[in-house]
Design a binder for this molecule. Structure first.
Ligand SMILES: NC(=O)c1ccc[n+]([C@@H]2O[C@H](COP(=O)([O-])OP(=O)(O)OC[C@H]3O[C@@H](n4cnc5c(N)ncnc54)[C@H](OP(=O)(O)O)[C@@H]3O)[C@@H](O)[C@H]2O)c1
Length: 256
């Protein structure tokens, strides 16, 4: 048992990670902006499982807030043994004509925060000779759906490079590439999720369990569910010219 720090723990996949890890007896540090929602999850997980839960409200677009999370990751008291970089969002806009501020916020949450928090965590973990990091990317990292795909591709390649660096240190890092999930993600990005077939949506618990199992086995990349494994293979081996044709911005479902 250890202590897991989860970003974006207030809803969706992050909340599911929190529930599973608490049920296993792990302590939690919950990070997101909405403190009320974090407190509700803290009450639920503490009551059910008698674990210690810390609520750390932070807006990961803001440098000062990221530094507060960094300080917790560096703390030797109840050291963080598992970091889950899960916070993320759909941009809900095209790059051309879209808000530059929104672009920068998305980059800060899905790239800068992942880099900064991983840097803090990994240095402590290497000193201790053990620890795990899970970075939530997306199957979109294999497509070309605007800057969201670019951010998730960065997360995937960053994780692969770091995994090579960490060989022999006792510290492991895993990138998870989920497909569609029913969470707040699409509503917040103003995308109508009913346009996709129900069978395309993954069960949240299975995605979280599959990510945790992959991390425990030391897998560097994890694609939960057989249908998305097929999609991953097809995207990986298709000529990029074809990927650009079929898996471009229109696939994000905006404006339908
Ligand atoms: N849903 C999908 O179909 C899908 C598919 C593939 C990958 N993913 C990825 O899965 C991860 C989890 O997303 P989800 O589907 O569970 O969506 P979600 O329900 O909208 O959860 C996103 C979480 O990120 C947090 N967050 C957003 N902006 C933040 C900020 N500035 N600072 C701190 N926390 C912030 C949100 O909390 P606050 O608003 O309270 O800050 C929330 O807890 C994301 O990385 C997403 O890109 C999702």
């Amino acid at each position: 048992m250890g202590t897991a720090l989860i970003t974006g723990a207030g809803s969706g996949l992050g909340k599911e990670f929190a529930r599973i890890l608490a049920a296993e007896g792990n302590n939690l540090v919950l990070v997101a902006r909405n403190e009320e929602r974090l407190n509700a999850i803290a009450r639920e997980t503490q009551k059910a499982d008698n674990v210690r839960v810390e609520v750390l409200p932070a807006d990961l677009t803001k440098p000062d807030d990221r530094e507060r999370v960094v300080r917790r990751l560096r703390s030797r008291e109840n050291p963080v043994t598992l970091l889950i970089n899960n916070a993320g969002m759909g941009l809900g806009q095209d790059f051309v004509g879209g808000s530059r501020r929104r672009e920068t916020e998305a980059l800060n949450v899905m790239v800068t925060a992942v880099l900064v928090l991983t840097h803090a965590a990994v240095n402590e973990m290497v000193k201790r000779g053990r620890g795990s990091i899970i970075n939530v990317a997306s199957i979109s990292s294999m497509t070309v759906q605007g800057t969201y795909s670019a951010h998730k591709a960065w997360v995937k390649v960053f994780t692969e490079g770091l995994a090579a660096d960490l060989k022999g240190t006792g510290v492991r890092v895993t990138a998870v590439l989920p497909g569609l999930m029913h969470t707040d993600f699409h509503r917040r990005a103003k995308v109508d999720a009913t346009q996709w077939k129900e069978w395309m949506f993954l069960d949240l618990r299975r995605v979280a369990e599959s990510a945790l199992n992959a991390a425990r086995r030391g897998r560097v990349l994890a694609v939960p569910s057989p249908i998305y494994k097929v999609a991953y293979g097809a995207l990986k081996f298709s000529p990029r010219v074809l990927v650009r044709k079929i898996a471009g911005p229109k696939m994000s479902g905006r404006g339908r």
